[in-house]
Design a protein around this ligand. Sequence first.
Ligand code: G3H
Ligand code: 13P
Ligand code: ZN
Length: 329
Amino acid sequence: MLVPGKILLDHAFKNGYAVGAFNANNMEQVQAITDAAAETQSPVFIQVSRGALTYSRMTYLRNIILAAAEEHPEIPIAMHLDHGSDLELVKKSIDLGFTSVMIDGSLDPTGKRALTFEENLEVTKSVVDYARPFGVSVEAELGTIGGVEDEAGVSEIHYTDPDQALDFVKQAAPDSLAIAIGTSHGAVKFEGECILKHDLLEELHKKLPNTPLVMHGSSSVPQELVVVVNKYGGNMPGAKGVDIEQLQQTLGHGVSKINVDTDGRIAVTGAIRKVLMENPEEFDPRKYMGPARDALMEVVKARMIQFKTAGNAPKIEQITLEQAKELYS
Ligand code: G3H
Ligand code: 13P
Ligand code: ZN
């Protein structure tokens, strides 16, 4: 069942776990994510980036996610815009029926320039003003999560400043805040050791005791999956992700949503490479997309257990955006 993102965030926040937010670009990914949620009885964010929306020509992914929600009425699913670049895209997503949106005010829409605090505040406020009457929850970002993504921009990490965060949340009042404490997007996150700034998280949580916090760039890049990619003709030098134990230490400290995309990409790529290398005569897409779907489901299930989401699907009645509007406005 499709639910407003805020329902999931608030339940996770109160109960000291995090909801996994997994990126999808096609049917198999949406199926893998929802099947994993169903098997582990987990709430879930299925998130769609600007690039994914463009790739899927706007309406396809939305309809695939609606199909997943129809197939799994027992699973609370938030359909989320990941790294929304501007108000126009947010409006479009809300028109499409998204129940949660992110406005990434850390970078300008081209991803090339960091927005100033004031610019970020301004665009975030405009998104909150627009989305709230629809009952759609808004995730903002302060600080810059590093890393390279096709559409999410290229950037250095700028850690979130706790005083700025307090000021920002007071003024813009987003439903959740993405913070930068050392994670970064993509498959090569650290040259040396993974170090997350737990002290900074503590400070942020202390300043914002009622704000669900979001961790981007949180793939753990399992080496056993990288090995499969490389064994079957891939080349992923230096692939290294977030240490899963350090990630788990953030639970119960305000972190209520954790974003994972890269782990799924690696699982899918490895599975496809394996089938095609071992069966060069194969040309039926189902023969490699099926194993790719299975491999992704395993990764998502593992994260749902690690983030303590499993078994935590809130027992909620069907709640529409119409009702959420009453609740949250
Ligand atoms: O953080 C962004 C996600 O990994 C989506 O990446 O913009 O290449 O679809 P994308
Ligand atoms: P990863 O690249 O670590 O999977 O991060 C995904 C993400 O933050 C999506 O918004
Ligand atoms: Zn991200």
